[in-house]
Design a protein around this ligand. Sequence first.
Ligand SMILES: [Zn+2]
Length: 473
Amino acid sequence: MAELNRAQTVTQTYPRKHLLAAALCSAAMVVALTLLPSPDATATKTIRLDSPVVSAVPTLLEATRDIMAEMEEKSAIQEQQAAEDLATEAADSALSAVEPQEFWQTQTVRSGDTLSHVFKRAGLNGQDVQDVLDAKGDVSAFKKIHPGQQLRFDIRDAGLTALEYVISRTESLKLEKKEDGFHASVQTQELVPYTSYAEGSIKSSLFVSGRKAGLSNSMTMELANIFAWDVDFALDIRNGDSFKVIYRQFYLNGEKVKEGEILAAQFTNQGKTHTAIRYETDDGNAEYYTPNGESMHKAFLRSPVDFARISSHFNLARKHPVLHTIRAHKGTDYAASRGTPIKATGDGKVVFAGWKGGYGRVVILQHAQGIQTLYGHMNGFARNVRAGSRVNQGQVIGYVGNTGLATGPHLHYEFYVNGSVRNPVTVKLPQANPIAAAEKAEFSALASQMQSQLATYAATIRSENVARVDVNE
Ligand SMILES: [Zn+2]
């Protein structure tokens, strides 16, 4: 509670923009050694100096959330812009080589466009669209045109003779008219994978440190997600916590075009180090495991609502606030404002979604291992949540309300193991499946290889005084 109050005060005193600015200025100096992709693998040293520390950042642990939200918002806009720029750029460069130019015209897909709209703007008609869709080869990409993409038409006296649709930076669909109609082919450019290593120590917020180490916000978010079952990133982060991460990036013509996945990561929180190794199982699913092969995540989330306050604990001999009689409180109450999303704490099947006496609107989920969870007093259910439907861990199943016997908006959450009720806050949560026995040996070899890489890169960083290393695979 003290933590929450303090955060509220901070938020009032420092507007969000100010907090963000303060956080971003807290960097003292960032020196990055980048072995960037070049055919001869020449090492280049990049030195970037940020503004010096102006003042200590106020309690940013809680404010991190605001910063995260703001950054996400910004990066979503930037990503969209970047995607549009990419499409334009790719179209320009891909087409500059095509001769002769005078027959070619470019049309950019606008919001709400269908293929017919774009063709019409190019002076073509419905028959032309049909001819193109009847082309020999795969033209399914035309079903997914989106704003910002470009189509180039080669139109001569005889009509449309060729067409190019730039799908992405690495892919374009080319059509050419021959005697028997159009022939289509998708042309792809190969991305070059690079393994990168970054590390950082947290001074103000994870996102600021991630950025200083050269990680994008989405990569930092991914890092937080991997450790989310062990570390509460809203409340548990302390100055001096640190991370190490090996991840993949993809380059095209020497330029980074795509981020890949985190291959291994370490997070040290309040002196305790957690290690996660990514492993792709034989059935093609990728998961993160501890070096011992335990899953990084639990089969259940501890709490079905984010950032909520427990307003009433599990208590089998409680006086009921509405009925004023001794009546067991068989669950945990989370106070949250009406409409707050409620998440399924584990994968399962909806066995009940409807009205049930004092519970009001309630959802009951059946999970593996004889576990059931119950979510009461809901304001409403999420779409597609009805008896028989399947839900995944973390999926929103409904919204906080005060239906049934409730004094105010809150979620009443119950947890049953083989029919007997347990305290949701203290019950031992089952681990998600560990590495299968058949894959244990292969995983262990990978895990020790990744751990020694983490150590080697960390040593390189120490000797070079840098924050990030990139190595051609
Ligand atoms: Zn309750």
